[in-house]
Design a protein around this ligand. Structure first.
Ligand SMILES: Nc1nc2c(ncn2[C@@H]2O[C@H](COP(=O)(O)OP(=O)(O)OP(=O)(O)O)[C@@H](O)[C@H]2O)c(=O)[nH]1
Ligand SMILES: [Mg+2]
Length: 292
């Protein structure tokens, strides 16, 4: 791997502010939903969150499940539930039925607290739930779906939510939306690449052609039939990753003056089509094997 081009370390100052915000508000909530991405359940977990969440009851939700291989998501749900003894669920945050299942899991996680309050004859405030996760993972979308209305701004780019925001669900539960947060150093460059593939890091801060050609390399190795279907070109005889990007661009007629391929445009296309699921449901990380 080319060290310089692979080196994605993007940590703007506001991420530190977000971490402080999470820490400061932790004592105000009863439960945390850690939202990760079903396509990269390992790389999309901010390692700093465990510390910030500490002993607070927690659910792990694997979002954008509609873009991932559902068999692999099931394996991840089992793996996380078993190894962390926590409730885990795969969810399509844009789908009402799927989000309903999250409500059941939230109720299950809060059952002890609710029972305790009822036994003590306490009415008091509604339970509070904080939603945390990396940028662009779908936190605000999940909150809007849970609330049944668009209260939180959600857009397809990282860094949309810039401050905390409470959204009340008919007095039944109060949800706390948070800005997305990354961590300052990706120990494994693959983690940085995975985050770039799914659109959690701003495209403007990394080498987009390098990222796209690595994704192409992965898709070629593991899902070549889907690539052929999509781009109408078989990359099996193309050795160099950059040449693969050129072949894809050429096949789509992305040429500039002199007949050269517009590889930047090709890179944007590869990333955009992967992110929106146009290659199909593709998970990039498998869980480690566990005994049943
Ligand atoms: N296909 C699919 N798209 C989703 C899902 N959840 C969210 N999205 C899309 O992902 C994009 C980002 O969603 P947001 O809710 O703004 O993400 P966020 O985590 O709040 O992002 P920041 O506020 O920037 O940290 C939007 O285009 C959503 O429509 C999902 O489960 N499936
Ligand atoms: Mg948001």
């Amino acid at each position: 791997m080319d060290e310089n081009r692979a080196n994605i370390n993007w940590f703007p100052g506001h991420m530190k502010v977000t971490q402080r915000l999470i820490k400061e508000n932790m004592s105000k909530v009863d439960l945390v939903i850690e939202l990760i991405d079903s396509r990269i359940p390992f790389s999309s977990r901010n390692p700093l969150l465990a510390n910030l969440i500490n002993n607070k009851p927690r659910i792990v939700a694997l979002g954008k499940s509609d873009l991932a291989d559902s068999n692999v998501s099931d394996m991840w749900v089992k793996y996380i539930s078993k190894t962390e003894k926590t409730l885990a669920i795969a969810v399509n945050c844009k789908n009402a039925k799927s989000v309903k299942a999250v409500v059941s899991v939230v109720k299950k996680a809060l059952a002890g607290l609710i029972k305790h309050k009822t036994n003590k004859g306490m009415v008091g405030r509604a339970p509070r739930v904080m939603i945390v996760g990396i940028p662009n993972v779908g936190k605000s979308t999940l909150i809007n779906s849970l609330a049944g209305k668009n209260k939180a701004k959600a857009e397809n780019r990282p860094g949309v939510t810039t401050n905390k925001q409470w959204v009340s669900v008919d007095g039944v539960v109060d949800l706390l939306d948070m800005p997305g947060t990354l961590w300052h150093k990706f120990e494994d460059p693959k983690v940085g690449l995975n985050l770039a593939y799914i659109g959690s890091i701003k495209d403007s801060v990394f080498d987009i052609e390098y990222v796209a050609m690595n994704l192409l390399e992965y898709l070629h190795k593991n899902y070549n039939s889907k690539l052929i279907e999509r781009f109408n070109v078989d990359l099996s005889d193309v050795n160099e990753p950059f040449e693969k990007l050129e072949a894809v661009g050429r096949s789509r007629g992305m040429l500039i003056k002199g007949g050269e391929v517009d590889t930047e445009r090709a890179a944007i296309t590869v990333l955009e089509e992967y992110r929106s699921g146009k290659f199909g449901k593709i998970t990039l990380e498998m869980p480690p094997n566990i005994e049943d």
